[in-house]
Design a protein around this ligand. Structure first.
Ligand code: HEC
Length: 110
Protein backbone atom coordinates (compact mmCIF):
# COMPACT_ATOMS: atom_id res chain seq x y z
CA UNK A 1 0.00 0.00 0.00
CA UNK A 2 1.26 3.47 -0.79
CA UNK A 3 2.09 5.59 2.18
CA UNK A 4 -0.38 8.34 1.29
CA UNK A 5 -3.20 5.80 1.08
CA UNK A 6 -2.48 4.34 4.50
CA UNK A 7 -2.30 7.80 6.08
CA UNK A 8 -5.63 8.62 4.52
CA UNK A 9 -7.15 5.37 5.77
CA UNK A 10 -5.81 5.97 9.27
CA UNK A 11 -7.44 9.38 9.29
CA UNK A 12 -10.76 7.93 8.19
CA UNK A 13 -10.61 5.28 10.90
CA UNK A 14 -9.70 7.87 13.54
CA UNK A 15 -12.55 10.15 12.50
CA UNK A 16 -14.97 7.27 12.52
CA UNK A 17 -13.89 6.35 16.02
CA UNK A 18 -14.28 9.92 17.22
CA UNK A 19 -17.83 10.21 16.00
CA UNK A 20 -18.94 6.89 17.46
CA UNK A 21 -17.37 7.40 20.90
CA UNK A 22 -19.63 10.35 21.71
CA UNK A 23 -22.81 8.31 21.51
CA UNK A 24 -21.17 5.11 22.76
CA UNK A 25 -20.31 6.90 25.99
CA UNK A 26 -23.91 7.90 26.53
CA UNK A 27 -24.98 4.31 25.98
CA UNK A 28 -22.23 3.12 28.30
CA UNK A 29 -23.33 5.67 30.86
CA UNK A 30 -26.93 4.60 30.57
CA UNK A 31 -25.89 1.00 31.16
CA UNK A 32 -23.84 2.07 34.16
CA UNK A 33 -26.73 4.10 35.52
CA UNK A 34 -29.15 1.21 35.19
CA UNK A 35 -26.70 -1.10 36.90
CA UNK A 36 -25.59 1.18 39.70
CA UNK A 37 -28.09 3.95 40.35
CA UNK A 38 -31.50 2.69 39.25
CA UNK A 39 -32.19 0.66 42.36
CA UNK A 40 -32.18 3.81 44.46
CA UNK A 41 -33.12 6.56 42.00
CA UNK A 42 -35.50 4.90 39.57
CA UNK A 43 -35.18 4.48 35.80
CA UNK A 44 -32.93 6.57 33.57
CA UNK A 45 -35.65 9.05 32.69
CA UNK A 46 -36.36 9.76 36.32
CA UNK A 47 -32.71 9.74 37.34
CA UNK A 48 -31.44 12.10 34.67
CA UNK A 49 -34.31 14.51 35.36
CA UNK A 50 -33.23 14.85 39.01
CA UNK A 51 -30.91 17.68 37.95
CA UNK A 52 -30.38 20.25 35.22
CA UNK A 53 -27.40 19.99 32.88
CA UNK A 54 -25.55 22.65 34.83
CA UNK A 55 -26.21 20.81 38.07
CA UNK A 56 -24.89 17.53 36.65
CA UNK A 57 -21.80 19.40 35.48
CA UNK A 58 -21.35 20.69 39.01
CA UNK A 59 -21.96 17.33 40.72
CA UNK A 60 -19.42 15.53 38.55
CA UNK A 61 -16.75 18.27 38.58
CA UNK A 62 -13.42 17.48 40.28
CA UNK A 63 -13.71 13.71 39.85
CA UNK A 64 -17.29 13.71 41.08
CA UNK A 65 -16.44 15.28 44.41
CA UNK A 66 -19.95 16.64 44.96
CA UNK A 67 -21.87 13.58 43.95
CA UNK A 68 -19.58 11.47 46.11
CA UNK A 69 -20.25 13.83 49.03
CA UNK A 70 -24.02 13.45 48.49
CA UNK A 71 -23.62 9.72 49.06
CA UNK A 72 -21.34 9.72 52.04
CA UNK A 73 -23.28 8.12 54.84
CA UNK A 74 -25.63 6.28 52.43
CA UNK A 75 -25.51 2.64 51.40
CA UNK A 76 -23.91 3.73 48.14
CA UNK A 77 -20.89 5.30 49.88
CA UNK A 78 -18.65 2.34 49.18
CA UNK A 79 -19.46 2.29 45.50
CA UNK A 80 -18.92 6.02 45.08
CA UNK A 81 -15.49 5.76 46.63
CA UNK A 82 -14.48 2.77 44.52
CA UNK A 83 -12.31 2.53 41.42
CA UNK A 84 -15.25 1.19 39.53
CA UNK A 85 -17.16 4.47 40.00
CA UNK A 86 -14.08 6.49 39.01
CA UNK A 87 -13.88 4.54 35.80
CA UNK A 88 -17.55 4.82 34.90
CA UNK A 89 -18.24 8.32 36.21
CA UNK A 90 -17.47 10.11 32.93
CA UNK A 91 -19.88 7.92 31.01
CA UNK A 92 -22.61 8.10 33.64
CA UNK A 93 -22.20 11.85 33.65
CA UNK A 94 -22.46 11.98 29.85
CA UNK A 95 -25.71 10.07 30.06
CA UNK A 96 -27.20 12.16 32.86
CA UNK A 97 -26.06 15.40 31.24
CA UNK A 98 -27.51 14.43 27.87
CA UNK A 99 -30.91 13.91 29.48
CA UNK A 100 -30.76 16.54 32.22
CA UNK A 101 -34.10 18.04 33.23
CA UNK A 102 -33.59 21.13 31.04
CA UNK A 103 -32.10 19.26 28.07
CA UNK A 104 -35.36 18.61 26.24
CA UNK A 105 -34.12 15.03 25.61
CA UNK A 106 -35.67 11.87 26.98
CA UNK A 107 -33.87 8.52 26.85
CA UNK A 108 -35.60 6.02 24.60
CA UNK A 109 -35.41 3.23 27.11
CA UNK A 110 -34.92 3.69 30.77
C1 HEC B 1 -27.87 2.68 47.86
C2 HEC B 1 -28.71 3.66 47.22
C3 HEC B 1 -28.12 4.66 46.26
C4 HEC B 1 -27.41 4.41 45.10
C5 HEC B 1 -26.93 3.08 44.57
C6 HEC B 1 -27.20 5.70 44.49
N1 HEC B 1 -27.75 6.69 45.23
FE1 HEC B 1 -27.83 8.67 44.80
N2 HEC B 1 -28.56 9.07 46.63
C7 HEC B 1 -28.96 8.12 47.57
C8 HEC B 1 -29.37 8.78 48.79
C9 HEC B 1 -29.87 8.09 50.04
C10 HEC B 1 -29.20 10.17 48.55
C11 HEC B 1 -29.44 11.32 49.52
C12 HEC B 1 -30.86 11.59 49.74
C13 HEC B 1 -31.51 12.13 48.53
O1 HEC B 1 -31.26 13.30 48.18
O2 HEC B 1 -32.26 11.38 47.88
C14 HEC B 1 -28.73 10.31 47.19
C15 HEC B 1 -28.52 11.53 46.54
C16 HEC B 1 -28.24 11.65 45.20
C17 HEC B 1 -28.24 12.89 44.46
C18 HEC B 1 -28.51 14.27 45.04
C19 HEC B 1 -29.96 14.51 45.15
C20 HEC B 1 -30.22 15.92 45.64
O3 HEC B 1 -31.38 16.18 45.95
O4 HEC B 1 -29.32 16.76 45.66
C21 HEC B 1 -27.94 12.59 43.18
C22 HEC B 1 -27.85 13.57 42.02
C23 HEC B 1 -27.73 11.18 43.09
N3 HEC B 1 -27.94 10.64 44.32
C24 HEC B 1 -27.36 10.49 41.95
C25 HEC B 1 -26.94 9.17 41.94
C26 HEC B 1 -26.27 8.51 40.82
C27 HEC B 1 -25.94 9.18 39.51
C28 HEC B 1 -26.03 7.23 41.20
C29 HEC B 1 -25.29 6.14 40.43
C30 HEC B 1 -23.92 6.41 40.04
C31 HEC B 1 -26.56 7.07 42.55
N4 HEC B 1 -27.08 8.26 42.96
C32 HEC B 1 -26.55 5.88 43.27
C33 HEC B 1 -28.94 6.75 47.37
C34 HEC B 1 -28.32 6.10 46.35
Amino acid sequence: MKKSTSVFLAAVVALGMLSTTASADIKKGQKGYLKKCKKCHGNGTKGSAMKTQAEWEELFANDGKNIIAKHNGTKAEKYFNSKSFKKKAVHIKDFLYQYGSDSGNVPSCG
